[in-house]
Write a protein that binds this ligand. Structure first.
Ligand code: ADE
Ligand code: ZN
Length: 332
């Protein structure tokens, strides 16, 4: 089988995707119009031209502005449903999607509106496409610890619909230690925990995520390679890193794809997975990320299969389901 056909055929799990980052310009315009909200672009072309980022913050400014048009439950449904259609095309059979409640509650949109819209899309995706999913709510790390505690409180009535809490937004200057107490409370309440660390921030932030937040996975984590002792720890603990190649390229974490370290990390035995992060902004969904690294880094078919197996192994599905997907992949 040629590599593109193999990538398409592989069942995959996506563990690092921000649902607000799947907002395609066409849908953004449609929702802005029906909600009668002004957006600072005259055309889809103009929106796409604005997606020219030089670092994480320059992206986040545009990403939060786009999310402002989401108001009603149906808006959140439409957003997630559009993403599930992409999953179906790319043979993503399981997804654990992030949402940023504070981006919406701070504008007066109730927590329940957000989660009900997303959940309804998750239910329909299971029924129509057979795609399973979990929701992960992220705290915005540029906001205060107190605001994160309030958000955790608002989530408690919906605890059964949220598998984990995460940590995203502007990394540098907002280390995991800032949220140590909130994460302890979230773990006590029964949430699993993940955190963005080592994207723009240093390897030290990955140590903090492990030791202070006690995470089940690290999101990004590519800068871990700068610290050999940390690398040994990640390998020994089989700690997943949810890597996002096209995101790293667009946000200039790497200068070109040939310099991306995902292949080296895989060869050294780190449990890396492939993910799209904010696919509408970074130029591609799951399979585009696979195509980009397969070509630039000359990955073998066995390595591509290993990456797909890793995605299920690192997910929050049952051991029995992990086993079943792994067997399906080996049989390809
Ligand atoms: N929010 C959405 N995408 C993000 C990323 N790549 N890093 C941090 N916060 C984010
Ligand atoms: Zn992310």
């Amino acid at each position: 089988m040629n590599q593109r056909a193999l990538i398409q055929a592989l069942p995959k799990a996506e563990l690092h995707v921000h649902i607000e980052g799947t907002f395609e310009p066409e849908l953004m315009f449609a929702i802005a119009q029906r909600n009668q909200i002004e957006i600072p672009y005259k055309s889809i072309e103009e929106v796409k031209q604005a997606y020219n980022f030089h670092n994480l913050q320059s992206f986040l400014d545009i990403y939060y502005a786009g999310a402002n048009v989401l108001i009603h439950e149906q808006d959140f449904y439409d957003l997630a449903w559009a993403y599930f259609k992409k999953c179906a095309e790319d043979h993503v059979v399981h997804t654990e999607m992030f949402f940023d409640p504070q981006t919406h509650t701070d504008r007066g949109v109730p927590f329940g509106i957000v989660i009900n819209g997303l959940q309804r899309a998750c239910n329909d995706a299971q029924a129509q496409f057979g795609i399973s999913s979990h929701l992960i709510m992220c705290f915005l790390r540029h906001l205060s610890e107190e605001a994160a505690f309030e958000t955790l409180e608002q989530a408690l009535p919906y605890k059964d619909q949220i598998i984990a809490v995460g940590l995203d937004s502007s990394e540098v200057g907002h280390p995991p230690s800032k949220f140590e107490r909130v994460f302890a409370k979230a773990r006590e309440a029964g949430f699993l925990v993940v955190a963005h660390a080592g994207e723009e921030g240093p390897a030290e932030y990955v140590w903090e995520a492990l030791d202070l937040l006690k995470v089940n996975r690290i999101d990004h984590g590519v800068r871990s390679e700068e610290d050999p002792v940390l690398m040994q720890r990640l390998i020994a603990e089989k700690m997943p890193l949810t890597v996002c190649p096209l995101s790293n390229l667009k946000l200039k974490v790497v200068d070109d794809m040939q310099q991306h370290n995902i292949h080296r990390l895989l060869q050294q035995g780190v449990h890396v997975t492939v993910n799209s992060d904010d696919p509408s902004y970074f130029g591609g969904y799951m399979n585009d990320n696979f195509y980009a690294i397969a070509e630039a880094l000359d990955l073998s078919n066995d390595e591509l299969k290993q990456l797909a197996i890793n995605s299920f192994e690192a997910s929050f599905i049952s051991e029995q389901q992990k086993q079943a997907w792994s067997e399906r992949i080996h049989a390809l």
